[in-house]
Design a protein. Structure first.
Length: 421
């Protein structure tokens, strides 16, 4: 079985008061070889799609950091679409860049941050948020910003499931039923005659409809970067999902790279670091089973500050979380990127909040749009730099190969072609 490589990213971008921007390299970049091989094939042939899946907390839900990564990677490797997006507006801070979304009031929202959810079945789709409604006329819609030639809707089939209709740019495409003898994930692909701007679901009212997300892609090679987050989530939330459901959701997207972006909320808990390490290790094992050919990036938290006797200061638990993530990543054979180091380390969040304009939010937990963008650019730069170094090293190894083969041949008494007797 192929192992999932992991990369842990910590949210960090240098303060304007610092003369030089701190740089954080990708640690153990050799663990990302399978992802790098996919990128190399894409660059060589321009005939495939490389997919990245990022799951995380509110930093990911905001999509500012991941949007910067998406832009940078698609600028280098080509863009194959916006990727997966949550339906409706499931959380107040959900603002996937370039996406407009909405839903009528008849929907019930469930998030994976609560153990097993309110209904207890642990089925939240790919991103940890599910919308459910049995009310006739309930509507939910998405506008991905860029017209898409390939759309796929993810939903749940289940006993008592109801019917719904799918509209693309206001035109009804088809009617589906979510009824099945056993619960299970379902997907419906749509190939509109021309690139579409809007997809909408309307409930018929004969049973419950549970929606997860929709993916938007182009009929062209390139890179797709999914980024799906839940406010307040911890890595351990993935352990509360139905394991088979999570596996089929991740497997269906067939990612080349899985990004796990947690840690900020763990730092606010009174939990032993060994517990965080064990939980993350178990999550990585589940992701490895679901996507055995993927690489994995574990994105750790940005710095987080709290008020104290001498003003705002970094939470000591942040560095404990970072250390626990590093140990879990290493044990799983994963790469690691420290956004904490990239941001400037201890005290960086407090410093960013005092800048004008500030790169950190007033709560000293989140960042401004500019701060997130800088972090995303720093991560993308480190990732592409590691990829280029891998390509250079591989090229050098291939150039050495003929000479090494000749040496081995002489040891075996074999002459290289055209060699003098």
């Amino acid at each position: 079985m192929l192992r999932v490589a992991c990369l842990a990213l910590l949210v960090l971008a240098p303060s304007a008061a610092v003369a030089q921007k701190p740089e954080a390299p990708v640690e153990r970049p050799e663990a990302l070889q399978r992802f790098f091989e996919s990128l190399s094939r894409l660059e060589a042939s321009r005939a495939q799609t490389v997919r990245v899946l990022q799951l995380g907390d509110s930093h990911t839900a905001a999509d500012h950091q991941s949007a910067a990564v998406r832009r940078a990677l698609q600028a280098r490797f080509g863009g194959a679409g916006r990727g997966a997006v949550q339906f409706g507006l499931p959380i107040a801070a959900h603002s996937a860049e370039g996406v407009r979304s909405g839903l009528t009031g008849e929907w019930r929202v469930e998030q994976a941050r609560r153990p097993t959810g309110e209904r207890g079945d642990g089925r939240f789709g790919l991103g940890g948020v599910a919308l459910s409604s049995a009310a006739a006329g309930a509507r939910a819609w998405l506008e991905p910003g860029t017209p898409s030639g390939r759309i796929e809707l993810a939903y749940l089939k289940q006993p008592g499931g109801g019917g719904f209709e799918i509209f693309v740019d206001g035109v009804r495409q088809l009617r589906l039923s979510a009824r099945a003898s056993l619960p299970g994930s379902a997907w419906q692909a749509l190939s509109p005659a021309r690139p579409a701007r809007t997809v909408e679901v309307r409930v018929l009212g004969d049973g419950e409809v549970r929606l997860f997300a929709a993916s938007f892609e182009q009929a062209a090679p390139g890179l797709v970067y999914d980024a799906l987050g839940v406010n307040g989530a911890r890595a351990s939330a993935l352990l509360e999902w139905d394991e088979a459901h999570l596996a089929e959701q991740v497997s269906h997207r067939a990612p080349d790279l899985v990004v796990l972006a947690y840690g900020t909320n763990e730092a606010g808990e009174r939990v032993a670091p060994e517990t965080w390490e064990k939980q993350l290790g178990t999550v990585l094992q589940r992701i490895a089973k679901a996507a055995p050919g993927a690489a994995c990036l574990v994105l750790g938290p940005p710095d987080r500050a709290a008020p104290g006797p001498r003003g705002w200061a970094s939470l000591p638990a942040i560095q404990q979380v970072v250390a626990a993530q590093r140990r879990a990543a290493e044990a799983a054979g994963c790469a690691y990127f420290s956004q904490f180091d990239a941001m400037g380390g201890e005290g960086s969040m407090a410093a960013w909040a005092q800048e004008s304009p500030p790169r950190a939010a007033r709560d000293r937990v989140h960042l401004s749009r500019e701060g997130y963008a800088q972090l995303g650019e720093a991560f993308a730069s480190a990732l592409v730099g590691a990829y280029d170094a891998w390509r250079e090293a591989r090229g050098a190894a291939q150039e050495r190969a003929p000479g090494e083969q000749a040496v081995r041949g002489r040891h075996l008494g074999i002459r290289p072609p055209n060699a003098e007797p």
